[in-house]
Ligand binder design. Sequence first.
Ligand SMILES: Cc1ncc(COP(=O)(O)O)c(C=O)c1O
Length: 387
Amino acid sequence: MSANEAGFNTRAVHAGQAFEPRTGAVVPPLHFSSTYAQNGIGGLRDGYEYGRGGNPTRDALQEQLAALEGGTHAFSFSSGLAAEDSLIRAIARPGDHIVLGNDAYGGTYRLINRVLGEWGIGNTPVDMSNLDAVAAAVAASKTRIVWVETPSNPMMKITDIEALAKVAHDAGALLVVDNTFASPYLQTPLALGADVVVHSTTKYIGGHSDVVGGAIVVKDAELAEKIGFVQFAVGAVSGPMDAFLTTRGLKTLGVRMDRHSENAQAVAEWLLERPEVEAVLYPGLPSHPGHELAAKQMKKFGGMISVQFKGGEAAARKVAESTQVFTLAESLGGIESLMNYPSEMTHASVKGTDLAVPVNLIRLSCGIEDVEDLIADLEQAIGNITD
Ligand SMILES: Cc1ncc(COP(=O)(O)O)c(C=O)c1O
């Protein structure tokens, strides 16, 4: 059986992970060397020359990522934003335009608007779940990239990837899907027509909140060559230890995502019954506007939930600061449950813009703890709301 025919978990454990031939070490060794001896000038061993250009530990991770996303090439970076920056520089030129979701991760918008905007790349934020609005925005400019997160962060909107790919391609643009929230276990955008997948591997792929990283996966050799050049020429690569930790996390992705999804479903259903709650944004709930679409394009609904409180900002802040099992911290996707108040934390950079997050909203990253403990924690935290 070839690696790409195997099931997801088999690929997660084995892709790029062949045992070391000299000793038989089952876990491939971690290569720290920054440079490689040459057999005479230009006589490279297996193509390795210098650590920015290639490193066996990073290559192993890249092979594993490509196998899991169903791509032909993957590139690993020192952070999700480093991956995004390299990707956009590989594709877009001054005068080009990016149409992106109006609730994109705040850091993505900051990069596109405040950094790349200064270099002549324009942008239009739109509601990606409204395809007519996307088509109009794409038609109104020289759009090179359509950029979507689905589920989106933190409004949990679901976009039809297949339909959006058609809108992008009809306009001669590429569709980039930020697959951080779903992970390749739950959703494989390349198979649905997307041209590029990006990840903050800091999140579910690393899975243990102990490494910052990013990745790009593509299925086209020409695009891969452009991205590979920027990865090498700009050099925002992941270091060997980061690549190793990410590979180790990735091996258990499927098992973790099953548990994250199961816990989040139970927590979302419990929250729905609470009188203090105004809305529960979780695609696994039949009441979610994207539920049917999510059921079609995702394997399960994932571990992320956003909640809005009737008591407004004060109630949301009170809950965010009262949990004990959920830790109040930025980021998501680790085995431990995290609580976030996006308006002042992850999305503070878009406060006061069209992308601002409601102030009565908290975002939960449900970990793999016992779900009874997660619910008991939220119950005591919600009990602290005073009016
Ligand atoms: C959906 C999404 N994309 C990209 C990023 C950026 O990744 P990083 O923080 O690894 O640079 C984040 C970070 O929170 C994110 O949530």
